[in-house]
Design a protein around this ligand. Structure first.
Ligand code: ADP
Length: 202
């Protein structure tokens, strides 16, 4: 990314387990979209590296990685994809999943992205979330999903540090989607909430 160019971005926002990642992966298949999940970026780091170890020291406790480090890792990842020609601000609309997660991250990332839409995946029933996260732990590489205390800590951190992110953006940018529905119905509602915001020229 050149320093002056900012990516246009759609922010997929919601509590852990609300389905942002599942939907982001589907929508990210469109040619002009690129799904960037911060948790996946962290999990792709070498676990023996300093940053990989630092990530694990937070994530295994259900805590957020410090803001500056998070945005630095995100930017390095994006720069890497720009260098390979995979991403250009003109051709790609980023689907940000899991970043920004604090109001300080909103500030730090605003130098690099212009958020054109925020979709809030709403799922008020925490028992549904806990069940989903435990189910996800069985499928893959997510030790933070296996332990109920860690899950509860992530939900607490969400309420305390991440929920306030919404108020950092203009209300008209925000759409709410009921995430407690089948994945196809969520996809339908998500598509409706995005259709007018995705430039047809992309
Ligand atoms: P989930 O949203 O289900 O908790 P993620 O895969 O998005 O899981 O993130 C896994 C972990 O990675 C988080 O618990 C946190 O430790 C770290 N992480 C991901 N995104 C961020 C972020 N924006 N800021 C700080 N830490 C993050």
């Amino acid at each position: 990314m050149t320093t002056q160019a900012r990516f246009k971005a759609i922010l997929l926002f919601g509590v852990p387990g609300s389905g942002k990642g599942t939907q982001g992966e589907v929508i990210g298949k469109f040619e002009h979209m690129c799904h960037l999940a911060m948790g996946d970026i962290f999990r792709s780091l070498d676990k023996q590296s300093d940053i990989g170890r630092e990530f694990l020291s937070y994530s295994t406790k259900g805590l957020l990685v410090p803001d500056e480090l998070t945005v630095r890792v995100w930017k390095a990842h994006v720069d890497g994809r720009v260098a390979t020609g995979e991403l250009t601000p003109e051709r790609r609309l980023l689907l940000l999943d899991g970043i920004p997660r604090t109001t300080d991250q909103v500030e730090l990332i605003s130098a690099h992205v212009d958020v054109v839409r925020i979709v809030h995946f709403v799922i008020p029933d925490r028992t549904v979330l806990i069940k989903r996260l435990k189910g996800r732990a069985l499928k893959g590489n997510r030790p933070d999903d296996a332990n109920e205390d860690v899950i509860r800590e992530r939900l607490r951190v969400y309420d305390e540090s991440t929920a306030p992110v919404l108020s950092a953006y203009d209300t008209p940018l925000i759409a709410e989607v009921n995430a407690d529905q089948s994945p196809l119905r969520v996809l339908r509602d998500l598509s409706d909430s995005l259709a007018d915001y995705v430039p047809t020229t992309l």
